[in-house]
Write a protein that binds this ligand. Sequence first.
Ligand code: GLU
Length: 307
Amino acid sequence: MAVRGRFAPTPSGRMHLGNLMAALLAWLDVRSQGGVMVLRIEDLDPQRTSLAWAQQLADDLRWLGLDWDEGGLEPDWRQSCRGAYYQAAFDKLRGLGLVYPCYCSRAQRLAAGAPHGGEEGGAGCRCLHLSPAERAAREEAGRRPAWRVRAPGETVTVVDGHLGPYAQDLARDCGDFILRRSDGVWAYQLAVVVDDGLMGINRVVRGADLLPSAPRQAWLHRLLGHPPPQFCHLPLLVDESGRRLAKRDRDLDLEALRARHSPQELTGYLAWLAGLLPERESVTPAQLIPLFSWAKVPKKEIVAPAP
Ligand code: GLU
């Protein structure tokens, strides 16, 4: 079966070092297997994302030397334009009796959050048990619900291609999670599964911060009738004090990095951090293809000194 991988960035700002590492390894994973690379823009949230950031993102990827075979900035590949697909999947899950409206406020959701679920956590959400009359009363009062899917009391194990088996009891560890927000915005968990399924993605390479989402996504893939992709999560980058690198570190975003480094220098730096080069040197992504192997990539957090 042909390998199909993707970059799926959220255009909510300039990319930073961690995004770039994920993009480089996703690209190397696909290119080293002669596969197809897809670019999908995860711009679900109109408050946080924009087409201008997506254009910048595509420009930054090209600057580094990362290309794609399908996808891009056209509407078919932007989640903000793919609501009909999410609606169809939502209707299917609803038809299975797995979806219910939740009228909790954001503050209530946070207070009731499952241990790992944060705002997502719906383990204790009483909205599941509302009577039709109680629902009607809330609707009449003008309350717009979010929509949750009922997480099964089932252990779902994902065998990560890099980190190995990872199991969660979905009801206990995630709770009933949100498919659609009360403002109508589709949730990441649903959109990512629908799109990976419809786009025939069979390799998902991304940061380990998303490993806790993988069992939920594998479960949704099965319900929606597609085989889950092979997930490969890469360790997060941290600074020398162990703090995770994030978008707020402006000196590590692409604007600052492009001002100070050539694309080959930056690629060599990332490849060295990822264990693909014994020392820092200037290379192109294409020169790394024969050197790429997951066995070389660390499994624990990678300490990134200043580039
Ligand atoms: N859009 C997500 C992000 O930029 C990545 C989603 C995924 O790879 O599944 O963090």
